[in-house]
Design a binder for this molecule. Sequence first.
Ligand SMILES: Nc1ncnc2c1ncn2[C@@H]1O[C@H](COP(=O)(O)OP(=O)(O)OP(=O)(O)O)[C@@H](O)[C@H]1O
Ligand SMILES: [Mg+2]
Length: 266
Amino acid sequence: MIELDAITKVYTKGFLRRQKTIAVNNVSLSIKKGGSLGLVGESGSGKTTLGRIALRLIEPTSGMVRFDGVNLTALSRSALRQIRPRMQIVFQDPDTSLDPRMTVRNCVAEPMKIWNLVGPQEEEDRILELLEQVGLQPDLAGRYSFELSGGQKQRVALARVLALNPGFIVADEPTAALDLSVQAQVLSLIKSVQKKTNLTLLFISHDLQIIEQMSDTVAVMHKGAIVEQGTTRDVLKTPKDPYTKNLIAAAYESETWLGKERGRSL
Ligand SMILES: Nc1ncnc2c1ncn2[C@@H]1O[C@H](COP(=O)(O)OP(=O)(O)OP(=O)(O)O)[C@@H](O)[C@H]1O
Ligand SMILES: [Mg+2]
């Protein structure tokens, strides 16, 4: 269970004439254990900032984050370190988390070594199990990550994260850098892993169609604030806020989701 309570983040820039950006403005939301919340909003609305605050990768200016009842914002560095493996992030660009000079095997083994999760005997079995879980052939284990396709890289990045048995994942536009066809595969992989392992997921996207597929609940972010939240079904079917209505209308105009498909799925 993840709870964000009245989170605000103000970035200040410059020394003399300080420029302030309110990236996140008094946001509260919660995701129940094993649930998936889609955070949607236009570029610059504060999604990434909020996602990182939820993991305490960024300190909020004010507000509180709780993970399974533990107040993350009050934890010491060492206590935070203990809990760290349980909270992970999947980035838009898999290259952010993969070292091209490492083999797939080593990429997946690295977090397990750092956190001392498996002994040398079990390590290879666990690597193969994780590769299978993310739909990669075992013979890829010896390849370097620069020898992989974008979709395969994102699968390896996911295997690295899953190696830590996390309870909570923030996926920040995890398929935005992939081809459409590969996008669909990686999304359904994330969804099935989430269900199977009862992961709590904060899924960030500017694409409502993807949010509809990935999330039980949705929060619509606009200029740092949540303007609407609820079950994905309700929000997409009967949006109340004008900004949400615009987002849905814009999606209607541009894509196939647009036509009967959407009517049917809702
Ligand atoms: N490190 C930083 N220092 C100063 N301002 C920042 C910093 N990071 C983000 N911002 C500003 O905070 C606001 C929110 O940015 P954020 O990256 O959270 O948006 P986003 O919704 O993730 O956008 P996108 O969809 O483009 O990824 C923006 O105005 C951005 O310029
Ligand atoms: Mg972002």
